[in-house]
Design a protein around this ligand. Structure first.
Ligand SMILES: [Zn+2]
Length: 171
């Protein structure tokens, strides 16, 4: 029922998709959200956006531990407010082997629809908030590659090249 989804990896163009809002929380959305949680946990991530599983929908999973009971499902998330600024190391399930220090807002308030159909807000100025910003970027077709410093791009050039070559080999 809740099988694991393949993760879309860099340099797949689907990662640049600006996803469509979810019109209705139906069985398909609930099923996909559950599969995304399983996929994220199996991959030992702490966040996963629909874009990363080839689904054109504004849905993402965020967590600050990656534990099953600690995942938030955000449908149609909107950043309402941000404050501060902080540099922190990030990885991304679509960029295996790539890590970079990314500067983002330190705190964020996100409004979203839950699987219950209700409106909710999430406010955090730690790892969970950072995770929201990274995943919402994905839903806008933006990856952390575009936010890396030239030094970080250089430091990751081998890992990026390896991903590009792997994609060419399977194309
Ligand atoms: Zn990511």
């Amino acid at each position: 029922m809740s099988e694991i989804l393949p993760i879309v990896k860099y340099p797949d163009a689907f990662l640049r998709t600006r996803t469509k809002a979810v019109a209705e929380i139906d069985d398909h959305v609930r099923d996909m959200a559950e599969r995304m949680i399983h996929t994220m946990i199996a991959a030992r991530g702490i966040g996963l956006a629909a874009t990363q599983v080839g689904w054109d929908a504004r849905v993402c999973i965020v967590s600050d531990t990656g534990e099953p009971g600690d995942c938030h499902i955000l449908v149609n998330p909107v950043v309402e407010e941000t404050w501060g600024s902080e540099a922190m190391e990030e990885g991304c399930l679509s960029f295996p082997g790539v890590n970079a220090v990314i500067t983002r807002a330190q705190g964020v308030k996100v409004r979203f629809t839950g699987l219950d159909g209700g409106e909710h807000t999430l406010e955090d100025d730690d790892l969970l908030g950072r995770c929201c910003l990274h995943e919402i970027d994905h839903l806008d077709g933006v990856t952390f590659l575009g936010k890396m410093t030239p030094a970080d791009k250089l430091a990751n050039r081998r890992a990026l090249k390896r991903l590009e070559e792997r994609a060419k080999a399977t194309a």
